[in-house]
Design a protein around this ligand. Structure first.
Ligand SMILES: Nc1ncnc2c1ncn2[C@@H]1O[C@H](COP(=O)(O)OP(=O)(O)OP(=O)(O)O)[C@@H](O)[C@H]1O
Ligand SMILES: [Mg+2]
Length: 317
């Protein structure tokens, strides 16, 4: 669906682009340990922690993907006035992501801690607020975005439903007249009218319009486009690849992965490559095809949630 020559031409353009990611930042924390015994206090395993790692997650994983692909990357979201907020900002800077985040003393930085032992996740502990941002914080965020918006080639909204994406913010982003890509939270569906495109996974697509599971995905896609008044939609289908809807044409793109280790974050890779390819001159079909190659690569790598421009070109056959 894309020749190597076209892929090269498109990927070459990535480094001259600027992308703004707006959304819910998450600090992903992993505690890696071993289980030797059951606790004397309760019938639960005791995990002896051997290693602790942190990664930028949620919207900041999209930013990480964009910056790994070589484009100038800005991240606008909200963090708390806590240690995790500082850690997250340091992680962004280390990854060459320019933070435009607003601090809110009334909410914690969203943190998801996984406890992993004997190669499996035993428990996840979330610290977060899902409350919608206050008017004051939301206005501050818009002010931050205004500082850079003129130099931005595309905006990606990564909505994890933690309150950053408000009606006012969406209205403002639409008024910027930049290509606007959304990774949606179905409960916020009504906010996404008039965008450029959206990349729900299958489950999210059905939830967006409360469609019955019996309805074929082709029809669900068309219903979404009609409701949002948009011409393009990409529904990701996990191991089945993706379905691109563009005007009246529907194209199924089969998955590329040869091996699968870790599928988390594949959706973030999809929207990152799709947006960068599109603003670098790709057709929708070419952009989706490149995004599918990239996702196929990241699901097959242990501990890799992003792909760089050179590797992306290498994996296009
Ligand atoms: N098991 C798999 N085998 C092959 N490819 C896969 C698999 N899972 C995901 N992919 C690739 O990743 C893309 C996105 O996957 P998926 O539809 O699961 O998104 P998602 O649910 O949004 O992921 P995320 O965990 O990031 O939210 C797919 O379109 C496909 O290209
Ligand atoms: Mg997703």
């Amino acid at each position: 669906m894309i020749s190597r020559k076209r892929a090269e031409e498109i990927i070459k353009g990535f480094k001259n682009k600027s992308v703004l990611v707006v959304g819910d930042l998450i600090l992903d924390r992993y505690l890696w340990g071993e289980v030797e015994r059951i606790s004397p206090e309760a019938p639960v395993p005791v995990v002896e922690v051997k290693k602790e790692t942190v990664n930028p997650g949620g919207a900041s994983n999209v930013a990480w993907n964009i910056s790994t692909l070589g484009a100038r990357t800005y991240m606008a979201g909200v963090i708390g006035t806590d240690r995790n907020g500082e850690i997250l900002e340091d992680l962004l800077k280390e990854r060459k992501i320019f933070p435009l985040n607003v601090k809110d003393s009334k909410r914690p930085t969203t943190e998801k801690t996984r406890i992993i032992a004997v190669s499996q996740q035993l428990l996840r502990i979330d610290r977060e607020s899902k409350e919608r941002l206050s008017e004051e914080i939301s206005d501050k965020l818009i002010k931050q975005i205004k500082k850079v918006i003129d130099s931005i080639d595309a905006v990606i909204v990564s909505d994890y439903g933690k309150g950053v994406i408000t009606p006012k913010l969406m209205e403002f982003l639409r008024s910027c007249n930049k290509p606007l890509f959304i990774d949606p939270k179905p409960s916020n569906f009504s906010l996404y009218t008039g965008i450029t495109t959206m990349t729900p996974n299958r489950k999210e697509a059905y939830e967006c319009i409360k469609a019955d599971r019996e309805i074929p995905v082709e029809q669900v896609g068309k219903m979404i486009m009609e409701e949002l008044d948009i011409n393009t939609l990409l529904i990701t289908l996990g191991s089945e690849g993706m379905m691109l809807f563009n005007n009246n044409k529907t194209v199924k793109i089969p998955a590329k992965a040869r091996k699968v280790y870790d599928v988390t974050g594949a959706g973030d890779t999809v929207i990152s490559v799709l947006a960068l390819a599109k603003i670098s001159g790709a057709s929708w079909e070419e952009a989706a095809s490149l995004a599918n190659y990239a996702a196929g690569y990241v699901v097959g790598e242990i501990g890799t949630a992003a792909v760089d421009a050179r590797t992306l070109l290498e994996i296009v056959q």
